[in-house]
Design a protein around this ligand. Sequence first.
Ligand code: ZN
Length: 252
Amino acid sequence: MDLIDLSVTLEFTESEPAPVEIDYVDHARGADILGRPAGIDRRAFPDGLGLSLEYVRLTSHSGTHVDAPAHYGPLCEGRRARTIEELPLEWFFGPGVVLDCVGGVEDGPVTRAELEAQLGRIGYTLAPLDIVLLRTGADRLWGSGRYFTDFRGVSREATSWLVEQGIKVIGVDSFGFDPPFARMLEDYQRTGDARTLWPAHVYGREREYCQIERLANLGAVPVTHGFQVACFPVKLRRAGAGWSRVVAMVPS
Ligand SMILES: [Zn+2]
């Protein structure tokens, strides 16, 4: 079995509008901290070194992460929307399917017709709890500021079509699941229509589903289906998202 990493690295990058800050405590400083309760410092430790540590400041949506229903709104399907640590593990390990939706911001959000055409092309019928991964190619911009502004997003109708078939987790290899923020805000200013604002996310108030944002490397998966995906989110108390190391497991 081949394991393929579908995650970006949590790091300081222009691609993250809320910067990820990592404060590295080296082994010498770590010794001072560990020894402090006993009144000793780094000089007492073997080689003058203790243990390293990092302090991290980031959002729950930094890097590759899973959005929970509670991110979309306070209610989902008429009940309190579930937070990330409340969701069943069964949603996050299962058969994967990669659909080719390669394009840029000018192509607009991924449509239902595209998904149907791609499924027809690969001869695959979706089953409940499949993990659907949409490859737009936007991950090539990871590391640049354009990653935040130049991607397609996924339409509400494509999202609802998948969720109505029992799909609980949909992933995309771009900054976000909806179109770029500036584009949606411009659409709103032009039309005054609230439906232009984060339409796929807002759909998640009607039906429970999770989306994985900021996947990477989907082009490295050598098959379109017939593999497994693990995308377990980290358990953050009452949070609307959790980071995930997303891995494709491909039979060799
Ligand atoms: Zn998110």
